[in-house]
Write a protein that binds this ligand. Structure first.
Ligand code: 13P
Ligand code: SF4
Length: 301
């Protein structure tokens, strides 16, 4: 029996659905029931009938699924798959910042811990941040955590100013504007797509700043046939699979999120076989975090 058929058999016997982020290994994306960006996966987690969700992604994503589904079992194949950006601010640090700005609303990127979400009025993902942030009045003071780059990207799109926490994604921070220019020279005419987690000069050097789901949609719908991709390289699998006649070039081979790669077919099989590792959030935190996530889902639907 192949490991793939073993996973499928175990998933059936556990009444489990497998969700995978666009940065997962190709073989993990292939076995998943649904692949998507953070927003699509958060939405999917609220719609599935299965009693168990196996989340192939990083911890905050599985935690979000657990917050939205208190009655379901949420498993993460490798509990060490964290997001360093999410760990760049604690709830205590956010409370201190809120105390300094008593009139401000607190907004968190979904790449944050449940404890930080519980302190926030609103959550956003890279797929809906512009739409959700536009729902605040222009004169509302906003604390935006933890990603300074997504925060400054949305602030400049909307012509607003936010109090930004200096967090960042170590993977996207490695990308430089010089690498974008070199990729343009190597592939003249190709459309450059980067993730809004990239630094400002990299975003400015690109043609489009899109979430991973936004990149998949754009590549599908665009009449263009050649693209330079400035985000984690796991997405290349889906882009190429969905658009076999188009060409995709990675800006840099070093754009690998080591945490996204911690989930393997073996760890997925073991998670299903042993019903591990269950992701739980204390009820008092989950209820408060759910308010920020549901405010986002209601606002951006
Ligand atoms: P997306 O929501 O665009 O999939 O991004 C998640 C993420 O962690 C990017 O680094
Ligand atoms: Fe976190 Fe960056 Fe990895 Fe996304 S790519 S999960 S932001 S470390």
């Amino acid at each position: 029996m192949t490991i793939q058929s073993e996973i499928q058999r175990l998933a059936r016997s556990r009444d489990a659905v497998i969700l995978a982020h666009n940065y997962q290994r190709a073989e993990v994306q292939e076995i998943a029931d649904f692949t998507g960006d953070s927003l699509e996966l958060a939405r999917k987690a609220t719609q599935v009938q299965a009693s168990t969700i196996v989340f192939c992604g990083v911890y905050f994503m599985a935690e979000t699924a657990a917050i939205l589904n208190p009655g379901k079992t949420v498993l993460i194949p490798n509990p060490d798959a964290g997001c360093p950006m999410a760990d760049m601010i604690t709830a205590e640090q956010l409370r201190a910042m809120k105390a300094q700005h008593p009139g401000a609303k607190a907004v968190c990127y979904v790449n944050s811990t449940a404890e930080v979400k519980a302190e926030c009025d609103m959550c956003v993902t890279s797929g809906n941040a512009e739409k959700v942030m536009a729902s605040f009045s222009a004169d509302q003071e906003i604390i935006f955590v933890p990603d300074q780059h997504l925060g400054s990207h949305v602030a400049s799109l909307l012509g607003r100013k936010y109090l930004l926490w200096p967090g960042y994604c170590p993977t996207h921070a490695r990308l430089t504007a010089a690498q974008i220019e070199a990729a343009r020279k190597a592939h003249p005419g190709a459309v450059v797509m980067v993730h809004p987690e990239c630094p400002a000069d990299v975003r400015a050097a690109a043609d489009r700043q899109l979430s991973t789901g936004g990149m998949c949609r754009f590549a599908r719908e665009s009449p263009d046939t050649e693209f330079i991709v400035g985000t984690e390289l796991g997405i290349l699998h889906r882009l190429q699979k969905e658009n076999p006649s188009k060409h995709f070039h990675q800006v840099s081979d070093s754009l690998i999120c080591p945490n996204m790669k911690k989930t393997t077919l073996e760890s997925l099989r073991d998670a299903l076989a042993e019903n591990k590792t269950r992701v739980t959030v204390p009820a008092d935190i989950a209820v408060r975090a759910a308010r920020a996530i549901n405010a986002m889902l209601g606002c951006a639907s």
